[in-house]
Design a protein around this ligand. Structure first.
Ligand code: GDD
Ligand code: MG
Length: 372
Protein backbone atom coordinates (compact mmCIF):
# COMPACT_ATOMS: atom_id res chain seq x y z
CA UNK A 1 0.00 0.00 0.00
CA UNK A 2 1.19 3.49 -0.80
CA UNK A 3 1.42 5.75 2.21
CA UNK A 4 -0.98 8.66 1.78
CA UNK A 5 0.62 12.06 1.23
CA UNK A 6 0.80 13.52 4.71
CA UNK A 7 -0.67 16.82 3.53
CA UNK A 8 -3.73 15.39 1.82
CA UNK A 9 -5.73 14.92 4.98
CA UNK A 10 -5.52 18.58 5.92
CA UNK A 11 -8.64 20.61 5.26
CA UNK A 12 -8.78 24.37 4.72
CA UNK A 13 -11.23 26.99 5.92
CA UNK A 14 -11.08 30.31 4.08
CA UNK A 15 -12.81 33.12 5.99
CA UNK A 16 -14.87 34.97 3.42
CA UNK A 17 -17.69 36.53 5.43
CA UNK A 18 -16.39 40.04 6.05
CA UNK A 19 -18.20 43.04 4.62
CA UNK A 20 -15.08 44.61 3.16
CA UNK A 21 -16.11 48.04 4.41
CA UNK A 22 -12.69 49.58 3.79
CA UNK A 23 -12.94 48.65 0.10
CA UNK A 24 -16.28 50.37 -0.48
CA UNK A 25 -17.74 51.18 -2.95
CA UNK A 26 -16.06 48.19 -4.67
CA UNK A 27 -17.56 45.81 -2.13
CA UNK A 28 -21.10 47.18 -2.33
CA UNK A 29 -21.74 44.66 -5.11
CA UNK A 30 -18.66 42.45 -5.15
CA UNK A 31 -17.72 40.67 -1.92
CA UNK A 32 -14.06 41.17 -1.04
CA UNK A 33 -12.97 37.62 -1.97
CA UNK A 34 -14.35 38.14 -5.50
CA UNK A 35 -12.43 41.36 -6.09
CA UNK A 36 -10.20 40.62 -9.09
CA UNK A 37 -6.44 40.38 -8.99
CA UNK A 38 -5.15 40.67 -12.55
CA UNK A 39 -8.70 40.04 -13.70
CA UNK A 40 -9.24 36.80 -11.75
CA UNK A 41 -11.27 36.74 -8.50
CA UNK A 42 -8.85 36.78 -5.63
CA UNK A 43 -10.47 33.75 -4.00
CA UNK A 44 -9.91 31.70 -7.16
CA UNK A 45 -6.20 32.40 -6.83
CA UNK A 46 -6.26 31.39 -3.17
CA UNK A 47 -8.12 28.17 -3.93
CA UNK A 48 -5.68 27.28 -6.72
CA UNK A 49 -2.86 27.86 -4.28
CA UNK A 50 -4.44 25.43 -1.83
CA UNK A 51 -4.84 22.85 -4.58
CA UNK A 52 -1.17 23.25 -5.53
CA UNK A 53 -0.24 22.61 -1.90
CA UNK A 54 -2.15 19.32 -2.03
CA UNK A 55 -5.24 20.53 -0.15
CA UNK A 56 -8.53 19.74 -1.87
CA UNK A 57 -11.17 19.87 0.86
CA UNK A 58 -12.23 23.46 1.44
CA UNK A 59 -14.90 25.00 3.66
CA UNK A 60 -16.06 28.55 3.05
CA UNK A 61 -17.87 30.33 5.90
CA UNK A 62 -19.57 33.20 4.10
CA UNK A 63 -22.33 35.66 4.89
CA UNK A 64 -21.92 38.88 2.96
CA UNK A 65 -23.14 38.62 -0.67
CA UNK A 66 -22.57 34.85 -0.49
CA UNK A 67 -24.34 34.03 -3.76
CA UNK A 68 -21.58 35.80 -5.69
CA UNK A 69 -19.20 33.24 -4.21
CA UNK A 70 -21.37 30.12 -4.33
CA UNK A 71 -22.52 30.67 -7.91
CA UNK A 72 -18.96 31.20 -9.16
CA UNK A 73 -17.28 28.26 -7.44
CA UNK A 74 -20.16 25.79 -7.15
CA UNK A 75 -19.03 22.49 -5.70
CA UNK A 76 -15.45 23.28 -6.71
CA UNK A 77 -14.99 20.28 -9.02
CA UNK A 78 -13.82 22.51 -11.87
CA UNK A 79 -10.85 23.46 -9.66
CA UNK A 80 -10.29 19.87 -8.55
CA UNK A 81 -11.62 20.76 -5.10
CA UNK A 82 -14.48 19.80 -2.84
CA UNK A 83 -15.98 23.08 -1.63
CA UNK A 84 -18.65 23.33 1.05
CA UNK A 85 -20.29 26.57 2.16
CA UNK A 86 -21.71 27.55 5.50
CA UNK A 87 -23.69 30.78 5.33
CA UNK A 88 -23.94 32.91 8.45
CA UNK A 89 -27.25 34.73 8.94
CA UNK A 90 -25.44 37.15 11.22
CA UNK A 91 -21.65 37.54 11.17
CA UNK A 92 -20.10 35.19 13.73
CA UNK A 93 -16.64 36.73 13.78
CA UNK A 94 -13.38 35.05 12.84
CA UNK A 95 -13.59 32.31 15.50
CA UNK A 96 -17.38 31.99 15.58
CA UNK A 97 -17.21 31.23 11.86
CA UNK A 98 -14.88 28.29 12.63
CA UNK A 99 -17.08 26.98 15.43
CA UNK A 100 -19.99 27.15 13.01
CA UNK A 101 -18.29 24.75 10.56
CA UNK A 102 -17.18 22.32 13.29
CA UNK A 103 -19.26 19.47 11.89
CA UNK A 104 -17.16 19.48 8.71
CA UNK A 105 -13.75 19.48 10.39
CA UNK A 106 -12.11 16.07 10.72
CA UNK A 107 -8.65 16.88 12.01
CA UNK A 108 -5.97 19.56 11.85
CA UNK A 109 -6.96 22.31 9.46
CA UNK A 110 -5.63 25.37 7.78
CA UNK A 111 -7.37 28.73 8.21
CA UNK A 112 -6.82 31.58 5.79
CA UNK A 113 -8.05 35.14 6.05
CA UNK A 114 -9.77 35.62 2.73
CA UNK A 115 -8.01 38.86 1.85
CA UNK A 116 -4.34 38.01 2.18
CA UNK A 117 -2.08 37.75 -0.87
CA UNK A 118 1.13 35.95 0.00
CA UNK A 119 3.85 33.73 -1.41
CA UNK A 120 3.94 31.71 1.84
CA UNK A 121 4.83 28.02 1.30
CA UNK A 122 1.91 26.22 2.94
CA UNK A 123 3.62 22.83 2.90
CA UNK A 124 6.64 24.21 4.72
CA UNK A 125 4.31 25.72 7.31
CA UNK A 126 2.52 22.38 7.76
CA UNK A 127 5.87 20.66 8.32
CA UNK A 128 6.81 23.29 10.88
CA UNK A 129 3.48 22.86 12.68
CA UNK A 130 4.01 19.11 12.96
CA UNK A 131 7.59 19.57 14.16
CA UNK A 132 6.53 22.00 16.90
CA UNK A 133 3.61 19.85 17.99
CA UNK A 134 1.53 22.76 19.29
CA UNK A 135 -2.22 23.17 19.13
CA UNK A 136 -1.84 26.07 16.71
CA UNK A 137 0.68 27.76 14.44
CA UNK A 138 0.34 31.33 13.19
CA UNK A 139 2.12 32.81 10.19
CA UNK A 140 3.84 36.07 11.12
CA UNK A 141 5.59 38.69 9.06
CA UNK A 142 7.53 41.78 10.06
CA UNK A 143 6.16 45.21 9.16
CA UNK A 144 7.15 48.79 9.91
CA UNK A 145 3.81 49.76 11.45
CA UNK A 146 2.13 46.85 13.23
CA UNK A 147 -0.77 48.88 14.64
CA UNK A 148 -3.43 47.96 12.00
CA UNK A 149 -2.80 44.25 12.65
CA UNK A 150 -2.60 41.61 15.36
CA UNK A 151 0.80 41.74 17.04
CA UNK A 152 2.59 38.73 18.54
CA UNK A 153 5.48 38.29 20.94
CA UNK A 154 7.21 34.92 21.05
CA UNK A 155 10.19 33.30 22.75
CA UNK A 156 13.31 31.95 21.03
CA UNK A 157 11.57 28.62 20.52
CA UNK A 158 8.73 30.30 18.62
CA UNK A 159 6.17 29.96 21.38
CA UNK A 160 3.80 32.92 21.37
CA UNK A 161 3.59 34.56 24.81
CA UNK A 162 1.42 37.55 23.99
CA UNK A 163 -1.01 38.55 21.29
CA UNK A 164 -2.67 41.92 21.00
CA UNK A 165 -5.06 42.89 18.23
CA UNK A 166 -4.63 46.34 16.66
CA UNK A 167 -2.71 48.07 19.45
CA UNK A 168 -1.87 51.75 19.37
CA UNK A 169 1.35 52.18 17.48
CA UNK A 170 3.27 53.21 20.61
CA UNK A 171 1.89 50.22 22.52
CA UNK A 172 2.74 47.57 19.91
CA UNK A 173 4.91 45.01 21.70
CA UNK A 174 6.78 43.89 18.54
CA UNK A 175 6.80 44.40 14.78
CA UNK A 176 5.78 40.82 14.01
CA UNK A 177 2.18 40.68 12.90
CA UNK A 178 -0.44 38.03 12.38
CA UNK A 179 -0.34 37.41 8.65
CA UNK A 180 -3.73 35.69 8.60
CA UNK A 181 -2.76 32.04 7.96
CA UNK A 182 -3.13 29.52 10.78
CA UNK A 183 -2.84 25.78 11.21
CA UNK A 184 -5.10 24.63 14.00
CA UNK A 185 -5.65 21.30 15.69
CA UNK A 186 -9.31 20.38 15.88
CA UNK A 187 -9.40 20.65 19.67
CA UNK A 188 -9.05 24.44 19.41
CA UNK A 189 -12.76 24.45 18.54
CA UNK A 190 -13.44 23.44 22.17
CA UNK A 191 -12.17 26.88 23.22
CA UNK A 192 -14.74 28.73 21.10
CA UNK A 193 -18.17 29.27 22.65
CA UNK A 194 -21.00 28.38 20.26
CA UNK A 195 -23.95 30.50 19.20
CA UNK A 196 -22.42 33.97 19.31
CA UNK A 197 -19.89 36.12 17.52
CA UNK A 198 -16.33 35.36 18.64
CA UNK A 199 -13.10 36.96 17.46
CA UNK A 200 -10.17 34.58 17.12
CA UNK A 201 -7.82 37.51 17.53
CA UNK A 202 -9.41 39.13 20.58
CA UNK A 203 -10.69 36.06 22.41
CA UNK A 204 -9.41 32.72 21.20
CA UNK A 205 -5.69 33.43 20.82
CA UNK A 206 -5.40 35.16 24.22
CA UNK A 207 -7.37 32.27 25.80
CA UNK A 208 -5.11 29.76 24.11
CA UNK A 209 -1.98 31.50 25.38
CA UNK A 210 -3.44 31.68 28.89
CA UNK A 211 -4.26 27.97 28.79
CA UNK A 212 -0.59 27.16 28.32
CA UNK A 213 -1.16 25.03 25.24
CA UNK A 214 1.31 25.76 22.48
CA UNK A 215 0.57 28.53 19.99
CA UNK A 216 3.63 28.80 17.76
CA UNK A 217 4.92 31.57 15.51
CA UNK A 218 6.03 30.80 11.97
CA UNK A 219 7.78 33.98 10.89
CA UNK A 220 8.78 34.30 7.24
CA UNK A 221 9.94 37.07 4.90
CA UNK A 222 7.62 36.04 2.06
CA UNK A 223 5.75 38.54 -0.03
CA UNK A 224 2.60 39.46 1.92
CA UNK A 225 -0.16 42.05 1.69
CA UNK A 226 -3.66 42.44 3.14
CA UNK A 227 -5.82 43.57 0.21
CA UNK A 228 -8.49 45.11 2.41
CA UNK A 229 -7.77 48.79 1.60
CA UNK A 230 -7.81 50.48 -1.82
CA UNK A 231 -4.17 51.61 -1.58
CA UNK A 232 -3.09 48.07 -0.73
CA UNK A 233 -5.11 46.69 -3.64
CA UNK A 234 -3.35 49.11 -5.99
CA UNK A 235 0.04 48.42 -4.41
CA UNK A 236 -0.44 44.66 -4.79
CA UNK A 237 -0.87 45.01 -8.55
CA UNK A 238 2.22 47.15 -8.84
CA UNK A 239 4.15 44.51 -6.88
CA UNK A 240 2.83 41.76 -9.15
CA UNK A 241 3.84 43.74 -12.25
CA UNK A 242 7.29 44.25 -10.75
CA UNK A 243 7.66 40.54 -10.10
CA UNK A 244 7.72 40.76 -6.29
CA UNK A 245 4.69 38.47 -6.02
CA UNK A 246 4.56 35.49 -8.37
CA UNK A 247 0.99 34.59 -9.24
CA UNK A 248 1.60 31.06 -10.36
CA UNK A 249 0.93 29.19 -13.56
CA UNK A 250 -1.83 31.37 -15.04
CA UNK A 251 -0.86 33.77 -17.85
CA UNK A 252 -0.44 36.99 -15.98
CA UNK A 253 1.23 40.11 -17.14
CA UNK A 254 0.03 41.28 -20.62
CA UNK A 255 -3.33 39.54 -20.43
CA UNK A 256 -5.31 37.75 -23.14
CA UNK A 257 -6.23 40.93 -25.03
CA UNK A 258 -2.80 42.50 -25.27
CA UNK A 259 -2.16 41.51 -28.89
CA UNK A 260 -5.45 42.83 -30.20
CA UNK A 261 -5.10 46.45 -29.06
CA UNK A 262 -3.03 49.17 -30.76
CA UNK A 263 0.60 48.83 -29.67
CA UNK A 264 1.13 52.61 -29.83
CA UNK A 265 -1.36 53.14 -27.01
CA UNK A 266 0.17 50.69 -24.60
CA UNK A 267 2.82 51.62 -22.01
CA UNK A 268 3.99 48.37 -20.40
CA UNK A 269 3.60 46.80 -17.99
CA UNK A 270 -0.11 46.31 -18.52
CA UNK A 271 -2.70 43.57 -18.33
CA UNK A 272 -5.38 43.83 -21.03
CA UNK A 273 -8.53 41.72 -20.75
CA UNK A 274 -10.53 40.27 -23.62
CA UNK A 275 -12.45 42.34 -26.15
CA UNK A 276 -11.10 45.75 -25.16
CA UNK A 277 -11.22 48.67 -27.55
CA UNK A 278 -8.45 51.23 -27.22
CA UNK A 279 -8.03 54.25 -29.51
CA UNK A 280 -4.56 54.40 -31.10
CA UNK A 281 -3.94 57.84 -29.57
CA UNK A 282 -5.06 56.88 -26.05
CA UNK A 283 -2.49 55.99 -23.38
CA UNK A 284 -2.92 52.85 -21.31
CA UNK A 285 -0.27 52.05 -18.71
CA UNK A 286 2.06 51.64 -17.06
CA UNK A 287 0.95 49.40 -14.18
CA UNK A 288 -2.60 49.25 -15.47
CA UNK A 289 -5.18 46.48 -15.65
CA UNK A 290 -8.16 46.59 -18.01
CA UNK A 291 -10.85 44.00 -17.39
CA UNK A 292 -12.79 42.40 -20.22
CA UNK A 293 -14.70 44.61 -22.62
CA UNK A 294 -13.26 48.00 -21.62
CA UNK A 295 -13.26 50.92 -24.02
CA UNK A 296 -10.64 53.68 -23.88
CA UNK A 297 -11.49 56.47 -26.29
CA UNK A 298 -9.34 58.94 -28.21
CA UNK A 299 -6.79 60.92 -26.22
CA UNK A 300 -7.75 59.37 -22.87
CA UNK A 301 -5.04 58.42 -20.35
CA UNK A 302 -5.29 55.50 -17.94
CA UNK A 303 -2.14 55.04 -15.85
CA UNK A 304 -1.43 53.13 -12.62
CA UNK A 305 -5.08 52.16 -12.51
CA UNK A 306 -7.26 49.10 -12.16
CA UNK A 307 -10.38 48.97 -14.35
CA UNK A 308 -12.81 46.09 -13.99
CA UNK A 309 -15.00 44.71 -16.77
CA UNK A 310 -16.89 46.91 -19.20
CA UNK A 311 -15.51 50.28 -18.09
CA UNK A 312 -15.74 53.10 -20.63
CA UNK A 313 -13.29 56.01 -20.50
CA UNK A 314 -14.44 58.69 -22.90
CA UNK A 315 -12.28 60.94 -25.04
CA UNK A 316 -9.61 62.91 -23.27
CA UNK A 317 -10.45 61.70 -19.75
CA UNK A 318 -7.56 61.10 -17.34
CA UNK A 319 -7.15 58.48 -14.64
CA UNK A 320 -4.04 58.10 -12.52
CA UNK A 321 -3.75 55.68 -9.56
CA UNK A 322 -7.47 54.94 -9.46
CA UNK A 323 -9.80 51.95 -9.23
CA UNK A 324 -12.95 51.72 -11.35
CA UNK A 325 -15.49 48.95 -10.83
CA UNK A 326 -17.49 47.19 -13.54
CA UNK A 327 -19.51 49.09 -16.14
CA UNK A 328 -18.66 52.55 -14.80
CA UNK A 329 -18.36 55.34 -17.34
CA UNK A 330 -15.89 58.21 -17.11
CA UNK A 331 -17.13 61.16 -19.18
CA UNK A 332 -15.14 63.00 -21.83
CA UNK A 333 -12.41 65.21 -20.42
CA UNK A 334 -13.04 64.17 -16.80
CA UNK A 335 -10.08 64.03 -14.39
CA UNK A 336 -10.17 61.39 -11.71
CA UNK A 337 -7.88 62.26 -8.79
CA UNK A 338 -5.27 59.94 -7.33
CA UNK A 339 -6.59 57.29 -5.01
CA UNK A 340 -10.19 57.75 -6.14
CA UNK A 341 -12.43 54.67 -6.20
CA UNK A 342 -15.40 54.59 -8.58
CA UNK A 343 -18.15 52.04 -7.92
CA UNK A 344 -20.09 49.71 -10.22
CA UNK A 345 -22.18 51.47 -12.90
CA UNK A 346 -21.21 54.95 -11.66
CA UNK A 347 -21.35 57.77 -14.18
CA UNK A 348 -18.75 60.53 -14.02
CA UNK A 349 -20.06 63.40 -16.12
CA UNK A 350 -18.03 65.00 -18.92
CA UNK A 351 -15.43 67.45 -17.64
CA UNK A 352 -15.93 66.49 -13.98
CA UNK A 353 -12.96 66.83 -11.63
CA UNK A 354 -13.09 63.98 -9.14
CA UNK A 355 -11.14 64.79 -5.95
CA UNK A 356 -8.19 62.68 -4.85
CA UNK A 357 -9.25 59.73 -2.69
CA UNK A 358 -12.94 60.29 -3.49
CA UNK A 359 -15.30 57.33 -3.16
CA UNK A 360 -18.06 57.48 -5.75
CA UNK A 361 -20.92 55.00 -5.93
CA UNK A 362 -23.64 54.92 -8.56
CA UNK A 363 -26.90 56.51 -7.59
CA UNK A 364 -29.37 53.70 -7.19
CA UNK A 365 -33.12 54.17 -7.22
CA UNK A 366 -34.47 54.00 -3.66
CA UNK A 367 -36.08 50.72 -2.76
CA UNK A 368 -39.82 51.27 -2.97
CA UNK A 369 -42.55 49.59 -0.99
CA UNK A 370 -44.32 47.07 -3.11
CA UNK A 371 -48.06 46.92 -2.83
CA UNK A 372 -49.38 43.59 -3.89
N1 GDD B 1 -17.23 34.02 7.91
C1 GDD B 1 -16.84 35.16 8.46
N2 GDD B 1 -17.61 35.72 9.43
N3 GDD B 1 -15.69 35.75 8.02
C2 GDD B 1 -15.32 36.91 8.59
C3 GDD B 1 -16.08 37.53 9.61
C4 GDD B 1 -17.28 36.90 10.05
O1 GDD B 1 -18.02 37.38 10.91
N4 GDD B 1 -15.43 38.68 9.96
C5 GDD B 1 -14.33 38.76 9.20
N5 GDD B 1 -14.25 37.69 8.36
C6 GDD B 1 -13.19 37.40 7.39
C7 GDD B 1 -12.94 38.52 6.43
O2 GDD B 1 -13.71 38.33 5.25
C8 GDD B 1 -11.46 38.38 6.16
O3 GDD B 1 -11.20 37.43 5.14
C9 GDD B 1 -10.90 37.80 7.44
O4 GDD B 1 -12.01 37.26 8.14
C10 GDD B 1 -10.21 38.85 8.32
O5 GDD B 1 -11.08 39.93 8.52
P1 GDD B 1 -10.62 41.42 8.21
O6 GDD B 1 -11.78 42.30 8.46
O7 GDD B 1 -9.94 41.51 6.89
O8 GDD B 1 -9.59 41.64 9.42
P2 GDD B 1 -8.33 42.62 9.49
O9 GDD B 1 -7.64 42.70 8.19
O10 GDD B 1 -8.79 43.90 10.09
O11 GDD B 1 -7.42 41.88 10.58
C11 GDD B 1 -7.14 40.50 10.46
O12 GDD B 1 -6.16 40.25 9.48
C12 GDD B 1 -4.86 40.81 9.76
C13 GDD B 1 -3.93 40.37 8.65
O13 GDD B 1 -4.39 40.78 7.43
C14 GDD B 1 -6.68 39.97 11.84
O14 GDD B 1 -6.59 38.57 11.73
C15 GDD B 1 -5.33 40.57 12.22
O15 GDD B 1 -4.86 39.99 13.43
C16 GDD B 1 -4.32 40.30 11.11
O16 GDD B 1 -3.07 40.94 11.44
MG1 MG C 1 -8.04 42.09 6.28
Amino acid sequence: MVAPDSHCSVQAVVLVGGEGTRLRPLTLETPKPMVPIMNVPFLERTLRRLKEAGIDDVILPAGYLPEAITSYFGDGKWLGLRIRYVIEDVPLGTAGALKNVEQYIDGPFLVLNGDVLTALDLRAMLDYHRAKGGIATMHLIRVDDPSPFGVAVHDANGRIERFVEKPKREDAPSNEINAGTYILEREILDLIPPGRAVSIERETFPALIASGRGLYAYTTADYWIDLGRPEAYLDAHRHIFEGAMPLGPAPEVDGPGRESVPAAAVRPPVFIGRDCRIAPDAIVGPYTVLGDGCEIQSGATVADSLLWDGVVVEAGAELNWTIVASRARIGAGAHVGRGAVIGHDARIGPGTIVAANARIAAERPEATDQTV
